[in-house]
Design a protein around this ligand. Structure first.
Ligand code: ATR
Length: 269
């Protein structure tokens, strides 16, 4: 059988095994996709990657806290992974290859919702997830991207790296009037975290609202967006789309994101 998996700490809650397992069954692939808990240190990560490679794994998805470690582990990486400073895919080989499908995951999830998502976006948050989202927005053609983060120094650094403008965290509601897409990359709204406080009353009709959080599936932000008639992109859509390149690369079958897959995952949330 073909072996692949997801490496993280913790990793027990990951939906990726279910996504890949569903596609494997559909495609009639003889393969297993396994969650592999690996302690947070880089040394533990490197030992685990060497071992998985020796065991014949085709590749692994990488999640928190190892996305930077994957780039340190190998000298071969895609431009996207390098620019994001993080990889969520590692394909084993004589020279292992690090890639980033979080970026295309976001891009594809937005495309599935809107064929012309616009020019102007507001990104809330400036952590690792925000970097990938910004790269995705730029590849979607967004020319005018502002970032707002509680810790202003981090939004300034992100803005400098990617040519963005900075909005004050306290002003996040005030800048909604002119944007085509609002995306939350902070942990606010996640189960156990406070909700993201933002009033969508001034958001352009037709603007898209995205949230990378998927537990709960409908965050307070997405709920408010739906209530005000805005189209939404949820974290589960991004998660499903980010899984596509790994499945195709490692298992070599068709990987389609559809309502049936979503239903399988929602059942498990
Ligand atoms: P990730 O890599 O998943 O993006 P991260 O780097 O820890 O995770 O980033 C978390 C983001 O959520 C940050 O933008 C963080 O803001 P700070 O840079 O000010 O820490 C944001 N965040 C977390 N809790 C927050 C809160 N209570 N209010 C506002 N922003 C919050």
């Amino acid at each position: 059988p073909i072996l692949a998996g997801v490496v993280g700490w913790p990793v027990g809650h990951s939906l990726s095994p279910l996504i890949h397992g569903t596609w494997a069954k559909r495609a009639g692939v003889n393969g297993y996709y396994i969650p592999v808990p690996v302690a947070p240190d880089y040394d533990d990560f490197a030992v685990a990657m060497d071992a998985l490679k020796t065991l014949g794994f085709a590749g692994v998805n990488i999640t928190i806290p190892h996305k930077e470690h994957a780039l340190r582990y190998t000298s071969e990486a895609s431009d996207a992974a390098r620019r994001a400073g993080a990889a969520n895919m590692l394909t084993f080989g004589e020279k292992s290859y690090a890639d980033n499908s979080d970026i295309t995951g976001f891009t594809e999830a937005v495309r599935a919702t809107s064929s012309a998502p616009g020019q102007s976006a507001l990104v809330l948050g400036a952590g690792g997830a925000a970097r990938g989202v910004v790269l995705a927005l730029q590849s979607l053609g967004f020319a005018d991207i502002a970032v707002a983060n509680r810790t202003r120094a981090k939004s300034e650094e992100l803005a400098k790296t990617f040519g963005l403008s900075v909005a004050d965290w306290e002003d996040r509601t005030k800048v909604l009037e002119n944007i085509d897409l609002l995306v939350n990359t902070t942990s606010l709204g996640m189960a156990g975290q406070p909700p993201l406080e933002i009033d969508l009353a001034d958001l352009k009709p037709g603007a898209l609202v995205a949230d990378i959080v998927y537990a709960p599936l409908e965050t307070p932000l997405l709920k408010a967006a739906k209530a005000s008639g805005h189209k939404t992109v949820d974290g589960l859509a991004m998660l499903m789309h980010q899984a596509v390149p790994g499945f195709k690369t490692w298992f070599g079958g068709e990987a389609v994101v559809d309502d049936a897959l979503r239903a399988v995952l929602v059942e498990d949330l």
